[in-house]
Design a protein around this ligand. Structure first.
Ligand SMILES: [Zn+2]
Length: 271
């Protein structure tokens, strides 16, 4: 079984939940996607019950603070485990050139220990492909107007059923879907997309000025992309107790598939 564990679901400035980041976990291991903005990643990993030793890789969508600063803590933790002989194998960080360069330099300046040579920084760009465990990733440029950012389409081999079948998971990063990404994002079993706020609250949160979208817009895009399941994240946190229902109902006005609005630490089974 492959699971998605949402470690955080909020946008950059949230205070009632953690910044958006998640783990894709299978029996063989796990991969972290983004790391949030600080050492709250240590808390979220502990609360989720994910062993650091089970992580094989980390993928960074872009170098904004709410996605990359937690990565320094991830590397600090894994490096310490490696130095003490408590981490088997390698750990690979995938990301764009600028982000990885910044991260590696930050680790060199800020961390006391030198990095273990089993920690690898692998630069990826549009159309690159790589595999982690039973998952094959295709990287795509999301065409951000703010800062270079990548998303991915992962094909996950599902061996748990009698016949192995692949599951597709698309992550659009933290900006709205753009037409350039159609060929990567269409017909996904699982589509992960930001929804900064509700359409009815657009005058309060100004999503469009920040290059974000609303639950209504995200539902429209998911329908157009023919997704089976939609996961919405990277939201404001003014009404978390009612977020699930409110965001679901707006997206459902346009999207006929299943809609998930996970809370922090919620697990979604992908197969
Ligand atoms: Zn963000």
């Amino acid at each position: 079984m492959t699971k998605l564990i949402m470690l955080g679901t909020g946008h950059a400035m949230v205070t009632k939940c953690y910044n958006t980041c998640f783990v894709i976990q299978s029996e063989e291991g796990a991969m972290l996607i983004d790391a949030g903005g600080g050492n709250g990643i240590l808390v979220q990993m502990e609360k989720a019950g994910i062993a650091w030793e089970s992580l094989n890789a980390m993928f960074l969508t872009h170098a904004h603070t709410d996605h990359i600063l937690g990565a320094i803590w991830v590397i600090r933790k894994i490096n310490a485990l490696m130095k003490h002989g408590n981490f088997q194998g390698d750990f690979t960080v995938y990301g764009l050139q600028d982000g990885l360069c910044y991260l590696e330099k930050s680790c060199q300046y800020l961390l006391f220990d030198s990095l273990d040579d089993r920690i690898h920084f692998t630069i990826v760009k549009n159309d690159d492909e790589f595999s982690v465990l039973q998952m094959h990733f295709k990287v795509f440029d999301i065409h951000s107007t703010k800062m270079p950012q990548i998303g991915f389409r992962a094909n996950i081999i599902n061996d748990t059923k009698e016949q192995s079948e692949n599951i597709s998971l698309v992550c659009l990063g933290d900006e709205p879907y753009k037409e350039h990404c159609l060929k990567y994002a269409q017909n996904a079993d699982w589509l992960m997309s930001e929804a900064f706020c509700l359409y009815k609250d657009r005058d309060k949160f100004h999503p469009y000025e920040k290059n974000h979208s609303t639950a209504l817009d995200t539902g429209k895009a998911a329908q157009k992309l023919n997704a089976k399941n939609l996961i919405m994240y990277h939201t404001e946190d003014s009404d978390l107790p009612n977020r699930k229902k409110n965001y679901h109902d707006e997206a459902a006005k346009h999207f006929g598939g299943n809609i998930y609005v996970p809370d922090d630490l919620e697990t979604i089974c992908l197969n």
